[in-house]
Design a protein. Sequence first.
Length: 414
Amino acid sequence: MPRRCDRVVEPSRLRGADLVAEALAGILQRPARSVLTMLGAILGIGSFVAVLGLTATAGGQIDRRFTVLAATEVTVDDVGTGDHLDTAISFPPDAGTRIHAVTGVVAAGVWWPVPTRGVRVTTGPAGPASGPTDDGAGLTLMAADPGALVAMRPRMRTGRLFDGFHQSRAERVAVLGRAAATRLGLTRLDAAPAVFVDGTPFTVIGIIDDLRRQPEALLSIVIPSTTALADYGPPVEPRARMLIETRLGAAQVVAAQAAVALRPDAPGRFKVTAPPDPKSLRNTVAGDLNALFLLLAGISLAVGAIGIANTTLVAVLERTGEIGLRRSLGARRRHVAAQFLTESTVLGTLGGLIGTSVGVVTVVLVALARHWTATLEPATVLPAPLAGTVVGLVAGLYPALRAARIEPAEALRR
């Protein structure tokens, strides 16, 4: 009588190292297809990293360009009553003194371009004309309070600025911008040179080499505002403006009080412009960039997930015989599912790593080309490859489950 065999067959096991080796072997069997499969994940993760990096870098440039100079500048425009017949200047004669009473003001003054259409500017009573000064075709004539010139932060090449004495007496003196002096051929002031505006002489007492504010005045002949009022009348088009330099952090407070300080009886005749908040400006730019490019990154990731799922599903169909053979030799359903799920996850992870590298390189190259300082947040870059892993894992779920449901006998008959 034959002996009964009581030996129990142990279920098969699949070690982690064998699982990874099998997944890599499956990927390397068709390297071109694997690379194309990873392309969607590479583009998606690369776009994600590049967008966030470029947004942070651009935000840094906003902070850098929004300098102390810009953060301490307030402008006040004379808008008048709105009546086109209103030609009176809204700023009071002591506008500078009034605005200085506001805490936080460093320098302030009224200025305006003098409407001098067709006026000739020469270096002598009958000298050669430098050209008409209208429409920016030649030199311009600018009226300014001494405080306005100080607020423009000038650097003098030679000479000096006019002061309160010249302002109070409406003296015919002028300060030239560097470009205006060059055009008129004036380089020295030891001989007390003069410029003639339609035959009216203005003694040149200084030449400005550079202006940190209102650099367009470098092409101007700047005269005291009281002199301009006496010789040319009040400004109509464009109307007068006030430039205010404040202490750091005081611009918003000064802007809120400027109109009332100038004209308590008619603050509505002025439009005050304060510097924008750099934080809100940066957030606005970052929000706009993120909304647009993260949408593109999401689309790329979705395309990449579909590509991985499609390729993995095709691999399942092509390897049906292999699956049947493994099952007949003892492989369990979860082993087959784990193998294909591992393949898709590895593809996603590799795509995430390559995409992260591409995104980082893109940010660095753009920063170098624009002479910016590249800004990359570790909290953004380091987890980025994990996004590729998640995409590969999710994309491989359906093909892996389908592979696990294949019956060995049916697979071997194909």
